[in-house]
Design a protein around this ligand. Structure first.
Ligand SMILES: Cc1cc2nc3c(=O)[nH]c(=O)nc-3n(C[C@H](O)[C@H](O)[C@H](O)COP(=O)(O)O)c2cc1C
Length: 180
């Protein structure tokens, strides 16, 4: 059955490694007949959550910027894919800001049931992603109908564009997208 897949690519670095992997995942998911939309944070206006919790009453954030439309796309998707660089052994600040700004989803009749994480890090060992995974698990735990299905460990990626040379990783990411 065809699924609606939203890929949230949160690095704003040109030729970003996590974005390259996000594209591979999206390509795989498209090739197996899913409806895929990639949303990059490049050029987006994304302000910090103010913690007012108005969204829990109205279902909508009071801040008029690009987070509103992104949250709506996520709400109506079947699958959410987070792509992030690892910053200080955690998710990127921009991804955390986006997650906080999608707080309207917490009290919403959300459709998504599956989440994936794609993370890139300079460190060559998988535990470099532990903090980021824990953070995403924290988000997933707040949505009881959702499961973190799988993770792409994009380790050993430092300079921009390096992911393009990692054929095994690219293939693994494409295949993960394909089995969404
Ligand atoms: C502010 C900052 C913090 C970083 N912190 C880490 C880190 O804690 N561990 C690590 O392995 N790499 C760290 N890196 C390296 C990036 O995770 C790595 O270059 C990654 O491939 C960037 O992904 P991107 O190209 O998608 O932005 C950091 C990079 C920046 C800019």
């Amino acid at each position: 059955m065809s699924k609606k897949v939203v890929v949230l690519s949160t690095s704003i670095r040109p030729n970003s490694n996590s974005d390259i992997l996000a594209d591979e995942f999206a390509r795989g998911a498209k090739d197996s007949g899913n409806e895929v939309e990639k949303v990059s944070l490049v050029g987006k206006e994304l302000n910090f959550c103010r913690g007012c919790l108005a969204c829990q009453k109205t279902g909508k954030c009071i801040i008029q910027d690009d987070a509103i439309e992104i949250a709506e796309k996520v709400k109506n998707a079947d699958v959410v894919v987070f792509a992030t660089p690892v910053y200080y052994y955690a998710m990127s600040g921009q991804m955390k800001t986006l997650i906080d700004r999608m707080n309207c989803l917490f009290s919403a009749d959300y459709k998504f049931r599956e989440a994936y994480l794609i993370a890139s890090a300079a460190d060559t060992d998988k535990p470099a992603l532990d903090g980021t995974i824990k953070e995403v698990e924290g988000w997933v735990a707040c949505f009881p109908k959702v499961k973190l299905k799988d993770i792409i460990y994009g380790v050993g990626l430092e300079a921009s564009g390096e992911a393009k040379n990692k054929s095994k990783l690219l293939k693994q990411t494409y295949n993960m997208g394909k089995t969404v």
